[in-house]
Ligand binder design. Structure first.
Ligand code: HEC
Length: 182
């Protein structure tokens, strides 16, 4: 009788350990997930609705000076986040842009790079001109686009949440190193 009881206990334990050994050989879940999301990686990285809009502007009809400043804007303001973030932001005036470029200036200095006054002024100049054309001159279109971006961002944010939850449930011990706010 004693023998049989032992066997009853050992057999299920053996099966369980065999099963878990098999499980370990499977590829990590997620790697084989064929369609994890309907959004692109870029969209999933969005932190503001503006990040989801266009990252470039057709400056071909802008004055030559502004076209030159646009190049500075693209190279400086696209190094941490998409240039979509400022291009689709609702800010328009020299006062607003002066404040934001100053705020970004501090972030850039913290990164060890420099944005001198002259370059900062050129970027503000471009942003003010461009805001006048697109955000004030074509206000209705710009507002409609803002609403679209907000609605899209609401969808993306839900998906970001779902993916974080999925990730946490599948690999509870995985830790992502902190890389700062982007
Ligand atoms: C060193 C990295 C870095 C660079 C370069 C940078 N940004 Fe940013 N930017 C950030 C971070 C981080 C945030 C989000 C936190 C915040 O708003 O301060 C941000 C947010 C923004 C926002 C959204 C703020 C809001 O609250 O609506 C705007 C607009 C913006 N940046 C404009 C610019 C412009 C214009 C430039 C170029 C002069 C620029 N950024 C360059 C790091 C950077």
């Amino acid at each position: 009788m004693r023998m049989r009881l032992d066997r009853f206990c050992i057999v299920p334990v053996l099966i369980a350990s065999l099963l878990s050994a098999c499980k370990k050989q499977e590829p990590p879940s997620g790697a084989s997930d064929p369609a994890p999301s309907k959004f692109t990686q870029e969209q999933l990285a969005a932190k503001f609705p503006n990040d989801l809009g266009p990252s470039t502007v057709d400056v071909s009809a802008y004055p030559q000076k502004i076209q030159e400043e646009y190049k500075d804007f693209i190279s400086v303001c696209g190094s941490c986040h998409a240039t979509a973030r400022p291009l689709n932001a609702p800010y328009k005036t020299a006062y607003d842009w002066g404040r934001f470029v100053h705020r970004m200036h501090i972030k850039i200095e913290n990164k060890g790079a420099v944005l001198d006054d002259e370059l900062g002024k050129r970027i503000v100049d471009f942003l003010v001109y461009d805001s006048k054309v697109r955000k004030i001159g074509r206000e209705k279109e710009f507002q409609a686009e803002q609403e679209k971006l907000k609605a899209l961002y609401a969808e993306v944010a839900k998906e970001q949440e779902r993916l974080v939850l999925k990730d946490t449930l599948e690999s509870p011990k995985k830790e992502t190193p902190y890389v700062g706010v982007k």
